[in-house]
Design a binder for this molecule. Structure first.
Ligand SMILES: [Zn+2]
Length: 231
C-alpha cells in the first residue's frame, strides 16, 4: 500500500505556475527563481496546509483538490507569501545546495516529531488572526529545522489558527540515549490574555539527524483557547 499526500502534486504545479506568472510581471521582490527557491516555497506551502492522504491506485486523483475553490485560494495566497519569504531570506542561506544538511548535526541525534496545534477564541471558538505563537525548549526559543519553518509564527486568516513547528535535531554522543525535552508554547494576541502550555517529549537518540519530513511522526497538541481581556 502506498499512501501519499495529494496536495504535493497540486502545490508543486501551482508554485511553478506562480513563479512563471510573477516572472513575467515587473516585480521588485522576486530576486531568484532557481529550483532551490521553488522547492523552499513548495515546502513552505505544504507545511501550512493540512495534508490529504490517499492510497495510490484507488482511482482518486488530485481532481478533487482542483475543484475545491477554498483550498485553491489558500494555496495561491500561501504561495505568494512563501515566495516573498524565500526571496527575502535569500541572502542568509542562498547558494548552499543542501541548506538543511549544512546546519544539521552529524552523528547520533535526538529527532523531534513535528508539533501540530491550533488556537481559537475561548468564547466564540472563532479563528484568531494575528496571534503570535512561540515555542521554547528549556526556556530558549527553539531552533527550527530550516528557514521554511517559522518560530514565532503569526496566525493568519489562511492558517485558520493552525500552526506547526519542527524542531531541529540535537546532537548527542550515543545512539539509544533517552531524554525528556521540556517545551513551552506561548500565545499572545492583541485584546486577549496570553496563554502558556508546557509539555514534555521523551526522545530516544538515533544514529543520525532525520531531515526528511515524516508526517506519521508528529505530535498533535490540544487546541489552546485565548480569552478576551476584560474591558
Ligand atoms: Zn534561488
Amino acid at each position: 500500500m502506498k499512501v501519499h499526500n495529494i496536495l504535493e502534486e497540486v502545490v508543486n504545479e501551482k508554485v511553478n505556475d506562480m513563479y512563471e506568472k510573477v516572472k513575467s510581471m515587473p516585480t521588485a521582490w522576486l530576486t531568484c527563481d532557481c529550483n532551490q527557491c521553488r522547492e523552499d516555497t513548495i515546502s513552505y506551502v505544504l507545511n501550512r496546509l493540512p495534508p490529504r492522504y490517499i492510497v495510490s491506485g484507488r482511482g482518486i486523483t488530485h481532481q478533487a483538490v482542483l475543484e475545491d475553490r477554498q483550498t485553491l485560494a489558500d494555496i495561491d495566497a500561501l504561495t505568494i507569501e512563501g515566495m516573498k519569504k524565500v526571496a527575502l531570506s535569500k541572502r542568509s542561506y542562498h547558494g548552499l545546495t543542501t541548506n538543511i544538511a549544512v546546519k544539521a548535526p552529524t552523528g547520533p541525534a535526538f529527532n523531534f516529531p513535528a508539533f501540530l496545534g491550533s488556537v481559537s477564541d475561548g468564547d466564540s471558538f472563532d479563528t484568531i488572526e494575528g496571534a503570535k505563537i512561540s515555542l521554547s525548549l528549556e526556556s530558549t526559543l527553539a531552533d527550527m529545522i530550516d528557514h521554511t519553518w517559522l518560530n514565532p509564527i503569526i496566525t493568519s486568516k489562511i492558517s485558520k489558527g493552525r500552526y506547526s513547528f519542527w524542531v531541529k535535531p540535537i546532537s548527542t554522543s550515543k545512539v539509544g540515549e533517552q531524554k525528556n525535552f521540556n517545551f513551552t508554547i506561548e500565545i499572545s494576541a492583541p485584546k486577549y490574555e496570553s496563554v502558556q502550555y508546557t509539555f514534555s517529549v521523551p526522545v530516544v537518540s538515533t544514529k543520525s539527524a532525520e531531515l526528511v519530513y515524516n508526517a506519521t511522526y508528529s505530535l498533535q497538541l490540544p487546541t489552546l483557547c485565548l480569552f478576551p481581556t476584560e474591558k
